[in-house]
Design a protein around this ligand. Sequence first.
Ligand code: HEC
Length: 234
Amino acid sequence: MSDTTQQNPEEQQPQADPVFTLHMAAMREMQEPRDGIAPTPVSYIICCFLALLAGGWYMGYYGGEWTANGLSERPIAGIPPTAPPQDPMVLGKEVFGACIQCHQESGLGVAGTYPPLARSEYVLGDKRRLVAILLKGINGELVVDGKVYNSQMPAWEIREDEEIAAVLTYIRASWGNKADPVPISLVTAVRKETAGKGEWRSAALDEFAATAPAAPAAPATPAATETPAAAPVK
Ligand code: HEC
């Protein structure tokens, strides 16, 4: 009876076989885990990359204190100082640490080798000459407080103007020395004036001090421009 309705059972079987469809579904949806290394999903790689990028940006943007500047007591550039401008006497004493090995903490130097800074006419006299000595260093015979020295002091021009002004202000007001402070602007000016010069010899230093605008009692605001091209040298 039922034979008459099913005309061709072989033709329909491939699509309709429940075992076959079940297997197709199982193969499609439940892949067998495979041995060995599976490739990392691209989405995972992108996520890691973005996380690193965001972390790097965050540290770069907010990690200001991790630069060398953050460890410096005196910030170099860019980062504003936490304290107001330093007292030159405080900064000067700090910078003077570099001078102690020769000129001694007492400022008296070492007899016969390192001249004293206390009661020295070079320290107490013309500020412009004093700045020039520090910037360029000095070599050869030099008479300080009546005694002859014949040695060499290195140049200090790698120090900032502020540091040089401060240390000179400090030595002019220590060990009984009483002379007015050295303004930073003077250091800047003398640095320009002596650019390209080598270390001083006593005679060249005297000449330098005599020829140009020496101002032992300079006004509080020294003129910034002196029109140096005005007088042609014969
Ligand atoms: C390596 C040793 C040495 C160091 C460090 C040194 N000086 Fe000198 N300084 C000398 C010598 C030596 C002379 C004399 C040079 C000569 O005989 O021509 C001199 C000369 C001077 C003079 C002129 C002469 C005088 O006694 O007044 C001044 C000012 C001076 N130094 C200041 C300083 C200051 C400030 C520092 C620190 C920033 C310093 N020196 C660091 C060795 C040194």
